[in-house]
Design a protein around this ligand. Sequence first.
Ligand code: ASP
Ligand code: MG
Length: 496
Amino acid sequence: MCQIPAGMTRLIQNMKSKLAVMKFGGTSVGDAGCIARAAQICAVAARERQVVAVVSAMSGVTNRLIEAASLSEAGDSTKSSELLAAIRTQHETALGALISDEPARRKLLQRIEGILGEAARLCEGTALLRELTPRTLDLISSVGERLSAPMLAAAISTLGVAGESVDATELIVTDGFYGAAEPLMDLTSQRCEARLRPLLQKGVVPVVTGFIGASQEGALTTLGRGGSDYSATVLSAALMADEAIIWTDVDGVLTADPHLVPEARTIPEISYREAAELAYFGAKVLHPKTLRAVMPYEIPVWIRNSFAPEKPGTKIGAKGASGNGGAKALTAIRDVSLIAVGGPGIVGLTDVVGRTFSTTAKVRANVLLISQSSSQNDICFIVASADAKRTVDALREQFAQDLAHHKVEHISLDPHIAIVAVVGENMRGAVGMAGRTFSALGRESVNIIAIAQGSSETNISFVVEEKDMKRAVVTLHREFGLGVAEVSQVGSVSRR
Ligand code: ASP
Ligand code: MG
């Protein structure tokens, strides 16, 4: 008989003790077929190592829940119930196709009914009071994850690997800031060790609801829209996982939006800082807070496509791939507006900058880019278009006196603009990056409205008219050779 050598046994045990946290986004659990595929990925991975799954709501569900909540607040109970009924059908249909075992399916159906019943009662209460508190909104919007987690757990169990759904209210302890709660890591680690570690040691795959946590008092909170990514990295840090894998519907982090640049390509490796910069500038792959949780421990985060699991995806880690000649990726944000406060009269008015940005803070407008020319004639900044009107109204009120006395000539708003950013950690200290960027754009007659480069030098961002955005991105993608695989790009850089 052939004996397995001791070294090999150790190796297998070692592999088995490796822990991966795998998050599945809304589209990756969008219907029965997708859930089955996600379950397959978990079951295969669980043969070699310990796996914690984190799941989003089925796609579209959170939006519908929030709509149901606001319809209830407006008193429209009928429309609100219709939305809840549509959510029920969506889940029942998926369940019917997913679980053939009759008793198991009936048990799950009951659970779904129970959770949706709670949602209905919360909506009724809201309609009665005509008041929707942030706390109630969190309770209602958490329902999607509470429905999807038991379904994925059951689907994993049909593949011969035990799956068990775990509510994140038992695991992620947060502050009491409803709608954008922050995890308290020490308490979260303790809870995860106590609740998840024993399951993992038994070979069970815990399936945790993304997006949700609970305050120390036990009230349910959410981490903010798109927050399941953050849930995954919070759990990774809490359990000191070996890696986090964000399963989504794109191949990884791309060099540019493929809708704008068809030759955009997946970046094999990228640093935390670069990825955070891209997330901040609107590349919709990651929730902006996601990397914060794992950066101190250097736990790598993979972005992979659950619809093409054979593709390697993008690895986000402490170091991006080396040898890249500066620019790594481009990102463009639409739906932003430029606000300018200015006129010759503001020269020497020392409090204009302070008052401008205390006003944006007061109305909670997220400022994406700021630029002030040294002649001080004009301060311009960019906010999301959704925040623009409220910001301009508040500024007009703040500067009413100065406008009347022509110290401030204008407060203007331009919604037809876009921000383009060139991102790359190795741009730091690389002389000529800005020159190359703007010469290339000049050759294509792209007019630049404003420019900003942070002192971190990991990005150069600028504002263009919306109609020029695509041309700007296509031009720079070509200029920096981003469509070419990294190896040859290094070659072309060293030949320069
Ligand atoms: N379901 C939540 C949302 O749509 C969280 C997530 O998907 O990450 O915002
Ligand atoms: Mg999502």
